[in-house]
Write a protein that binds this ligand. Structure first.
Ligand SMILES: Cc1cc2nc3c(=O)[nH]c(=O)nc-3n(C[C@H](O)[C@H](O)[C@H](O)COP(=O)(O)OP(=O)(O)OC[C@H]3O[C@@H](n4cnc5c(N)ncnc54)[C@H](O)[C@@H]3O)c2cc1C
Length: 409
């Protein structure tokens, strides 16, 4: 199986002992309504949403829950998509682009509400995001995006270069400030969602890699080395198409992305940096971004690059993290005095249009997919959970078509 991470994310701490298994492996046969493959943020959101709706679910995770791409995530819960309204509108028209943005904003709020309602301790904090540009040639593009957002009813505030500098310490050309975004610890959020799903009746199994999925009389049979699940439907929440779904693999492009976590920053250093308590991300692509942690570290991310077969992952890791550091030291010079405590690399999957696939595929009866989120997997994972429940319940909505496999036709 592909290794989803390299290096140690700050969320998993310094303890490098073999982590404890929380849930048993699947050792027998079990019959449920819905089987879920994958125990990351998507699988856990699906498990909780379905279990709360009274659906009998079982989730099988190949390794340990929450330790795939989810543990690598920097977990900015942005209402905004990576793909701007302008670009999305060009591809799908203004009305569809607006609806996709509305759904993303809804999913971000839904995530926050769920975490609060369930009472998951996962360092959730509300925080504004600052979408900036430093390139003089890009400011018109950013202004155009801002105008489109305003017209479509998305709240935001234009920051002049002076306002951007006062708020962030960045010498840029302008920015859009969005209020009411959030951030959290993705590993704790995932584990908390699963605990809650379990309380609502979900069965969860770790170290239970799915080897194949067969058609069965009334649905599917999900086969793991130790046991099987029969279910009317199976939800595939493995991040991207794994070798079990060979014909779908070509729909995803895998990228590596890098993150650094600084040492804890003192008040004095914070002041010297000039960066307020906001999340940063930039207009250029691939973009860089930064956020604070509750224990006063800065997470610095970006330098995404496509996975190229045979190219050394360790050498790419060194180069990626070095370039990341160089970028941020140029942006916020006071950073050069700060040490780095954690560095890691994570994998994410992109579809051709940057939107996830959520829903059925004609080739695979009784399967529902939730894959390919790019850099918005936290919010889209939640959106997937709601949409898949609707599909399971037989509710049809035009919203589903926006994320269907067939949308490219
Ligand atoms: C460095 C980084 C930063 C990111 N930052 C953000 C961010 O700020 N905001 C945001 O919204 N998104 C962000 N993302 C994206 C987001 O984190 C991911 O899209 C999201 O975590 C994917 O969750 P998932 O549950 O779909 O996949 P994963 O967390 O990868 O979970 C899939 C699980 O499926 C399991 N699995 C695979 N094959 C099998 C099998 N055969 N049988 C059983 N189990 C199997 C794997 O072991 C894994 O645990 C970031 C991603 C990375 C890498």
């Amino acid at each position: 199986m592909t290794q989803l991470r390299l290096g140690r994310p700050v969320w998993l701490g310094r303890d490098t002992r073999t982590p404890r298994q929380t849930y048993q492996s699947l050792k027998a046969h079990q019959d449920v309504d819905v089987a879920i493959v994958g125990g990351g943020i998507t699988g856990s959101a699906v498990a909780l949403t379905f279990a709360n709706a009274g659906v009998r679910v079982a989730l099988v995770e190949a390794a340990l829950v929450g330790r795939g791409s989810t543990a690598a995530s920097t977990a900015l819960l942005l209402q905004e998509l990576d793909m701007g309204l302008t670009e999305l509108g060009r591809r799908y028209g203004a009305a569809k682009a607006q609806r996709i943005w509305e759904l993303s904003a809804f999913a971000a709020r839904d995530f926050v509400k769920t975490v609060r309602r369930v009472g998951i301790a996962c360092e959730l904090t509300e925080q504004d995001s600052i979408y900036y540009t430093i390139g003089p040639d890009r400011v018109q593009q950013l202004r155009g995006e801002y105008a489109r957002r305003c017209k479509a009813g998305f709240s935001g505030e234009w920051l002049t270069p002076g306002a951007l500098r006062r708020l962030t310490g960045i010498s840029g050309r302008g920015a859009i400030r969005t209020r009411g975004n959030a951030q959290l610890n993705p590993y704790k959020a995932c584990v908390g969602l699963l605990r809650s799903a379990e309380r609502s009746g979900a069965a969860i199994f770790e170290h239970s890699p799915v080897q194949r999925i067969d058609s069965a009389r009334q649905g599917v049979r999900v086969v793991t080395p130790g046991g099987t699940l029969t279910a009317r439907q199976v939800v595939i929440a493995t991040g991207y198409a794994t070798p079990i779904f060979q014909p779908l693999i070509g729909r995803f492009r895998l990228y590596r992305t890098y993150v650094l976590a600084t040492k804890r920053i003192t008040r004095q250093q914070h002041w010297e940096l000039g960066l307020d308590s906001v999340m940063l991300w930039e207009l250029a692509r691939p973009y860089h971004y930064a956020r604070w942690t509750p224990d006063q570290r800065l997470l610095l991310g970006g330098e995404d690059r496509p996975v190229v077969a045979g190219r050394g992952r360790t050498a790419a890791f060194r180069k990626g993290t070095r370039e990341l550091r160089e970028y941020f030291e140029a942006l916020l010079p006071a950073l050069s005095d700060l040490g780095i405590d954690y560095a890691w690399e994570g994998l994410f999957a992109m579809t051709p249009d940057g939107l996830p696939y959520i829903g059925p595929h004609q080739r695979y009866p009784n399967h529902l997919f939730a894959l390919g989120y790019g850099g918005n997997g936290m919010t889209f994972g939640f959106l997937a959970a709601r949409m898949l429940l609707e599909q399971w319940q037989g509710v049809h909505s035009a919203d589903h078509d926006l994320f269907a496999f067939g949308r490219h036709r």
